[in-house]
Design a protein around this ligand. Sequence first.
Ligand code: MOS
Length: 700
Amino acid sequence: MTATQAPGKSVGAPISRVEGHLKVRGAATYAYEHRLDEPAYLHPLQSTIANGRVAKIDASRAEAEPGVVAVLTHENAPKLEAVGDAELEILQNGEVGFRGQFIGAVIADTFEAARYAAGLVEIEYEERETDADFRPDRDDLYTPEQLNAGFEPDTSVGDVDGALASAAVKFDATYTTPREHNNPMEPHSSIAVWDEGELTLYESTQGVYWTQNTIAPLFGLDAEKVHVISPHVGGGFGSKGLPHANVVLAALAAMLVEGRPVKFALTRHMMFSVAGYRTPTIQRIRLGADAEGKLSAICNDVVEQTSKIKEFAEQTGTSARMMYDSSNIQTTHLLAALDVAVPSWLRAPGEAPGMFALESAMDEMAIECDLDPVEFRIMNEPEKDLESGLPFSSRGLVACLREGAERFGWDGRNPTPRSERDGRWLVGTGVASSVYPVFSMGGNAATIRADSDGKYVVEIGAADIGTGTWTTLGQIAADELGVSFEDVEMKIGDTKFPNASGAGGSSGITSWGSTLVEAARSLREKIEAEHGGNIPDEGVEASAKMPKNPHRKEYAMYAFGAHFVEARVDEDTGEVRVPRMTSVFAAGRIINAKTARSQFMGGMVMGLSAALHEESVLDTRFGHVVNHDFAEYHIPTNADVGELDISWIEEDDPYVNPMGSKGIGEIGIVGSAAAVANAVYHATGTRVRELPITPDKLIS
Ligand code: MOS
């Protein structure tokens, strides 16, 4: 929709993304495409061992190659400040902590020369034994101090063991999810330029200020000496949430060639070792219920993996703490620290693998209790958040389940597995719930300027990683200013605009939008108080910081959803097709019906992908992901995705933020893999508890 929006009526409308025409014409400037004079090109040297040190590095042949400007190694690398982050403090001592770690770089006049010369650098290692075996029976598993996003690792309410012992229906099974790599279409890319002690980074990042605040201390700089420019980003899924070592490498290289811009884009191969990934998980789920199917015990004991050089502890078990009603709930997390690359955020870290296990187990338990899986979930709906004891600001799970069941045609489903067949295809249906917290990030500020011609310019260092931020923030500002959408110009993606948090944890609109509402109110007040309600010829400007939300102490805030899936399984080959998915979300007020639909769709497809395709295969002998490209790391193509029926319920939540919106970037992926697995079980009678559901797991 491009028609003019009436003043105050932009939020909710399906407005096309304002930068869309730039993107389809190839005119949107992505990080690597910024035109700078005489750029040099970087090709990295990556460790071929997983544990040890570089004993000798001989760059003489590389340095003699035409076009080579410099070779960067730990022997000549500029010193970085010790910030306690071994992922980022590269080239300081020749130590190697995982295979693929950066141990140097060739900088040359052309990409080709850099790449060729990199192959001429001779490297000898002192190798130590590689320990990359992820198993739950290791004797060195440990409990981390805290989980990602600050969650407690272990929680216990009531008496799980007692409740399980006395439960009329008991369930105990272990689920596994594999290592997964983020793989946004645009690889991680940087152009680094030093000028008089200040660093400019043209970056592909989910947060220009998160990048600034991470990179500046490494180089001993005040934050404002690092400028980050990132107007357009081709996806991130968490892998561009915080900068990885590629950014540091580009900045170090640019120091060696002072004044000359250095360009560095990861190849797809490199993205499998240095850009983060989702830990594999092993989750033991135990449930207890009374004879009617009321849950009395919920337990998720998680084992996951981190890197020896830097800890990342995914919050896999947290949704089990608040999803369903029970007086007895326990979650634990154990980590195996291995000689592997550093795991990080991947769309819905925690909820995505955690809800695969919990929602698969809920399906299995419904069957044990002889209940319909929709009704089983509804009868175990909690009245409050059992972890915090707070009421929910709004909780639309039941509405999503009912609405989804209606849209999908769930009623009258024959619960017996293998009860429907279409030629060679076994046909089944499955359901699963979804949840995602309403996160809010600190440190946001915005400036809005009104000009006498009735146009407004809104500045905030927010990010659009493909989600629609350029558009949705304009809608929020327009409505709060009481003007039409076309009169608002957004400026985002640059540290020259006011401080902003990053696009992570589905928190962007809550954080940035609340800030814009505050800034718009300040501007209106200023125009009223100081200019008698009229914008003066010279214009008027107001700034504001994000206000604290007092309701955060009063309510537990989550978005919910329900997925319904039809799966067809070829009885002979085990091939799984998913001809249709129906998903209904309760995510507060939807800011833009068009970009929101895309967000939900992307999440659902990513859940389908997790269910059937994605798995990074680690060769434990070498700590190496062997299927490190799109030929062998499978994701769905258009032909793999059937009909997607996407909708949401109207939800009025006055507590989450001034817009009444909840984040929508991650809720789509949560639970969707379980819905597929549950449908596959219904089709075949085979319960696959290990993702992905590849054909070999369905033919015996
Ligand atoms: Mo998202 S994984 O919080 O960028």
